[in-house]
Design a protein around this ligand. Structure first.
Ligand code: NAD
Ligand code: UDX
Length: 452
């Protein structure tokens, strides 16, 4: 029986390994983590992450061929294939601070693998890492491995949160990079055999190590660039009377461009896009390519501009101040169908408001932090509010009783839709002053220009 161990039981390690265990009953999968509470949650009925379909997959295989454990060393020692899916955040200090990937967790995992291994192993980079990381990992393993042979593979993960299980069941592609030596090719084949249990062979791409590592950064950069492109257009739409939804649709019907990922928004968030682009920018700079670095930096600049532009619209519309006003924030996660709030645009938007004054959040656990109170219910959040901001596109916000909300708000009542999910005409009929990203402006907003 092949044994797999995955170091890191997070948003990637947990769901990915659960799906491997489900699809490969002949493989034993252990997911290990240094976080005792995370592992306890994986072993409970309340999983540590919310992801549609995940509970079901875990229930089917946990205790059968899927195990969650804090005994990292034991499971690494016993495994044939070790996935490393630890976090790789942006460095906050030292060389490359604010841009480079912090590989501390990765390096410590690699040193531990070298330390505890007693048999040859395939080590798989699942985390998103800078191109050429495999070379560094190889050095750590071979210099500390006491003669044990390690093959390093790059197998970046392309799942998106909120659709992780769907993405893992039917991936657009699985990418495996390895050394072009006979041993490297044998290792690639071993990992291919795992995925081949459910992924059609033509969707399993194999490349050299550096192409696989760089493809992950490139894919995220391209995706984020599309959002910044449509968000840049949304500003021009507001200035000209064009409607960004219509423009996106018209542009996306070109088969060379395609319709997906063209939704204008308050800005992209999440733990990946900004971090990975900053990482790409740093790599370009380190390789003497300042023009390329500058090109990708613009994607983040536009994203910051978009968040700032949204806040300016809110403040300018409300007589240039939010002082002594109640603002209801609907949604806090960085996108719908996830509980993840890492790098959510809602944090930046709220930080840009005047913190001397009350801001009301929903939905999170009921608690009160400084000027922020958190409630479960959109109706409670909007009661007596001067304005409401939709910052996550949760389905429930599409179907609220907006008449009831209007009746209970201060007048004039404002809706600022950062996700383009409300029916603007209907809300205007009710009496709201509505701002919806990239849509033709309410006459009220035209009279209150917001300078970005
Ligand atoms: P995460 O923070 O949710 O999980 C990482 C886990 O690794 C944590 O639970 C942490 O305790 C554990 N860990 C850290 N060092 C460890 C060690 N030495 N031994 C054992 N456990 C250790 O992170 P994530 O969102 O799962 O992301 C993991 C990687 O995958 C990152 O490189 C990320 O860029 C990449 N990625 C993430 C996504 C996503 O949607 N979140 C998608 C694709 C790729
Ligand atoms: C992303 C990549 O999609 C995934 O392939 C990679 O593995 C990890 O990073 P994720 O961050 O989980 O996934 O979610 P994604 O759906 O890409 O959304 C990222 C952000 O962009 C969210 O804040 C989302 O609301 C925003 N977005 C997305 C838009 O603003 N407009 C769009 O059209 C699409």
């Amino acid at each position: 029986m092949v044994k797999i161990c995955c170091i890191g039981a997070g948003y990637v390690g947990g769901p990915t390994m659960a799906v491997i265990a489900l699809k490969c009953p002949s493989i034993e999968v252990a997911v290990v983590d240094i976080s005792v509470s995370r592992i306890a949650a994986w072993n409970s009925d309340q999983l540590p992450i919310y992801e549609p379909g995940l509970d079901d997959v875990v229930k089917q295989c946990r205790g059968r061929n899927l195990f969650f454990s804090t005994d990292v060393e034991k499971h690494v020692c016993e495994a044939d294939i070790v996935f490393v899916s630890v976090n790789t955040p942006t460095k906050t200090r030292g060389l490359g601070a604010g841009k480079a990937a912090d590989l501390t967790y990765w390096e410590s995992a690699a040193r531990m693998i070298a330390d505890v291994s007693k048999s040859d192993k395939i080590v798989v980079e699942k985390s998103t890492v800078p191109v050429k990381t495999a070379e560094a990992i190889e050095k750590i393993l071979t210099h500390n491995g006491k003669g044990i042979k390690f093959q390093i593979l790059s197998n970046p993960e392309f799942l998106a949160e909120g659709t992780a299980i769907e993405d893992l069941f039917k991936p657009d592609r699985v990418l495996i990079g390895g050394r072009e030596t006979p041993e490297g090719q044998k290792a690639i084949q071993a990992l291919k055999d795992v995925y081949a249990h459910w992924v059609p062979e033509d969707r399993i791409l194999t490349t050299n190590l550096w192409s696989a590592e760089l493809s992950k950064l490139a894919a995220n950069a391209f995706l984020a660039q599309r959002i910044s492109s449509v968000n840049a257009m949304s500003a021009l739409c507001e200035a000209t009377g064009a409607n960004v939804k219509q423009v996106s649709f018209a542009v996306g019907t070109d088969s060379r461009i395609g319709p997906k990922f063209l939704n204008a928004s308050v800005g992209f968030g999440g733990s990946c896009f900004q971090k990975d682009i900053l990482n790409l920018v740093y790599i370009c700079e380190c390789n003497g390519l300042p023009e390329v670095a500058e090109y990708w930096k613009q994607v983040i600049k536009i994203n910051d501009y978009q968040k700032g532009r949204f806040v300016n619209r809110v403040v300018a519309s409300m007589f240039n101040t939010v002082a002594n006003k109640k603002i209801a924030i609907l949604g806090f996660a960085f996108k719908k169908d996830t509980g993840d709030t890492r790098e959510t645009p809602a944090i930046d938007v709220m930080n840009k408001f005047d913190w001397d004054h009350p801001i009301h959040l929903q939905p999170m656990s009921p608690s009160t932090v400084k000027q922020v109170s958190v409630v479960w219910d959109a109706y409670a959040a909007t009661k007596d509010a001067h304005g409401l901001c939709i910052l996550t596109e949760w389905d429930e916000f599409r179907n609220l009783d907006y008449q009831k909300i209007f009746d209970n708000m201060q007048k004039p009542a404002f809706v600022f839709d950062g996700r383009n999910i409300v029916d603007v005409d209907k809300l205007r009929e009710i009496g709201f002053i509505v701002y919806s990203i990239g849509k033709p402006l309410d006459p009220w907003l035209k009279d209150m220009p917001a300078v970005a």
